[in-house]
Design a protein around this ligand. Structure first.
Ligand code: NOJ
Ligand code: CA
Length: 538
């Protein structure tokens, strides 16, 4: 007789619905630029709330809102003065609670941005640390004694040294702008306070957090010199910056945060981890750490099939080792709009549409940046209107990020419907010709990019092979193919990144194409340059 096998204990896996984030389509709302309800020219929470039906209509699952906190205004809200409040520019706590309630009722999750690496220099802790060098608050930052030279060779990512002087001559560390002093996460008071911040928002029904600079909280304990300088052409930081980023102890912070989220079933954390080695990035999403960490390979790749294939495969392999989904990114508030990155105008738009079909086919969680569904180009913002510290700190040598943060065009009226009639000027100028991109116009146009996104998201929801299939990546010349095998059906995405039309086999039917010019005959599809297609097998 065969020996009896003891029943294996079944792991206490959460119900599938609690892991909604594994294949969720997340829409990133740049709050200041989304919709202005009260006419001050600044997008706000009530404006976003009034536009929730648009997001439901579009077909996304969740929204991530860029920082909504009271801020010193030095870096687009990433310099926070009070982590448990709402900036009056955006409304108040009641507005945020109403937004979360409405969103949840409409089936949308709300993800907030949290910025634990640095505070604003206006934060009460930093103010106290300036006033009294022996205060407990001073230990919550990185101060060094007055001396001729800064304590080490670290550079600010926004340009110049990462150290500035206090009025009494001490040095303090800021990996970003001088108005963003870095916190000292080796002081337990810092971690304790962030625990409270997380709970404060989780208690208000939010479904998670996007974690800013998740790879940077802990620094080398002796603040030693870095071996080399960071180059913006790299995919992310590497060994040349080994003392600043990716210290092993940072993972303890994410274990601590994960434990808090586990007390609130169905909540999640997605980290910004800008390291060149995706295997290192994936380690931030081990089962007891962040649920996701962004994969930035596609947003950093040019229009090149080999680069895209490598970006997709490397991410799939890296995250498979930790059992986390890949979170894909083609656009965000830090990079030039994809239409412009891919060549601008008709060409850039065609490529952005095609790249989006690829991203939406891949297994995992795609992050869409507000306005990309309208094929917005990088706006030309006059220098005198620019606010980004990257532009100002580089003396104008770097263009800065204002051009991807310009308000949304909703309709074709003057002002494109961002603010109510008679409002103040928008906080960043909207280009004169942006009514051509307006939501109202694209809604009526069956060939618009907005219509393409909406169709693609509806098909993605209807065909689990899209978004949760097993992907096989291959290239043939400039043509990239990703076959996504679901349990019941298979959908293949073919992306032609070459200059000529490609003939590709069609194993079934064309589900969707990024252009109307795809010709489908005799088991093959003629795929023009700069287009993509979804093919359903069988
Ligand atoms: C990453 C954010 O996305 C960016 O906008 C910000 O400037 C830096 N972190 C600093 O917080
Ligand atoms: Ca407003």
């Amino acid at each position: 007789m065969a020996p009896r096998l003891a029943a294996l204990p079944s792991p206490a896996a959460p119900a599938p619905s609690q892991e909604w984030w594994r294949d969720a389509v997340v829409y990133q709302v740049y709050l200041r630029s989304f919709a202005d309800s009260n006419g001050d020219g600044i997008g706000d929470i009530a404006g976003l709330r009034s536009r929730l039906p648009y997001l439901v209509w579009l077909g996304v699952d969740a929204l991530w809102i860029n920082p909504h906190y009271p801020s010193g205004g030095a870096d687009g809200g990433y310099d926070i003065v009070d982590y448990r409040a709402v900036d009056p520019d955006y409304g108040d706590l009641a507005d945020l609670e109403a937004l979360v309630a409405d969103a949840n009722q409409l089936g949308l999750k709300v993800i907030l941005d949290v910025v634990p690496n640095h505070t604003s220099d206006q934060h009460p802790w930093f103010q106290q640390a300036l006033a009294d060098p022996s205060s407990p608050e001073a230990n919550r930052y990185h101060f060094a004694e007055a001396s001729e030279e800064p304590p080490n060779n670290w550079q600010s990512l926004f340009g110049g040294p990462a150290w500035s002087r206090t009025p009494d001559g001490r040095w303090y560390l800021h990996l970003f702008a001088p108005e963003q002093p870095d916190l000292n996460w080796r002081d337990p008071a810092v971690a304790d306070d962030f625990d409270q911040t997380l709970r404060f928002w989780l208690d208000r029904g939010v479904s998670g957090f996007r974690v800013d600079v998740a790879y940077g909280l802990i620094k080398d304990d002796q603040l030693r010199d870095n071996p080399g300088a960071y180059s913006p052409t790299l995919f992310g930081h590497g060994p040349e910056q080994a003392m600043t980023w990716n210290q092993p102890e940072v993972h303890d912070v994410w274990r601590r945060w994960r434990a808090i989220c586990d007390e609130y079933p169905g909540t999640m954390l997605v980290g910004e981890v800008c390291l060149s080695d995706l295997d290192q990035v994936a380690l931030y999403s081990r089962p007891d750490e962040l649920h996701q960490s962004f994969s930035f390979r596609l947003i950093k790749s040019g229009w090149d099939a080999a680069a895209f294939a490598d970006g997709v495969q490397t991410a799939l392999d890296a995250f498979a080792t930790v059992g986390a989904p890949v979170s894909w990114v083609l656009g965000n508030h830090d990079k030039d709009r994809q239409v412009s990155r891919f060549g601008g105008g008709t060409l850039g738009t065609a490529r952005a549409r095609a790249a989006t079909l690829l991203m939406l086919a891949l297994p995992g969680s795609p992050y869409l940046y507000a306005g990309d569904e309208l094929a917005l180009p990088q706006a030309v913002v006059p220098d005198e209107a620019k606010l980004d510290p990257i532009f100002h700190r580089s003396g104008g040598a770097r263009a800065g990020r204002d051009g991807c943060r310009v308000p949304m065009p909703w309709n074709e009226a003057p002002g494109v419907g961002f603010s109510p009639d008679g409002a103040a000027a928008p906080w960043l100028p909207i280009p004169d010709d942006w009514s051509q991109h307006a939501v109202s116009r694209q809604t009526r146009d069956g060939g618009s990019t907005l219509t393409l996104y909406r169709r693609a998201l509806a098909l993605r929801a209807a065909h689990p092979a899209l978004g949760s299939g097993r992907a096989t990546v291959s290239t043939s010349g400039d043509v990239l193919t990703v076959r996504c095998a679901g349990d019941d059906e298979t959908v293949t995405c073919v992306l032609n990144m070459g200059a000529d039309t490609a003939l590709v086999p069609n194993p079934g039917t064309v589900l969707l194409a990024s252009t109307t010019h795809v010709k489908n005959a005799h088991g093959t599809v003629a795929l023009p340059a700069d287009t993509a297609v979804w093919l359903l097998e069988g």
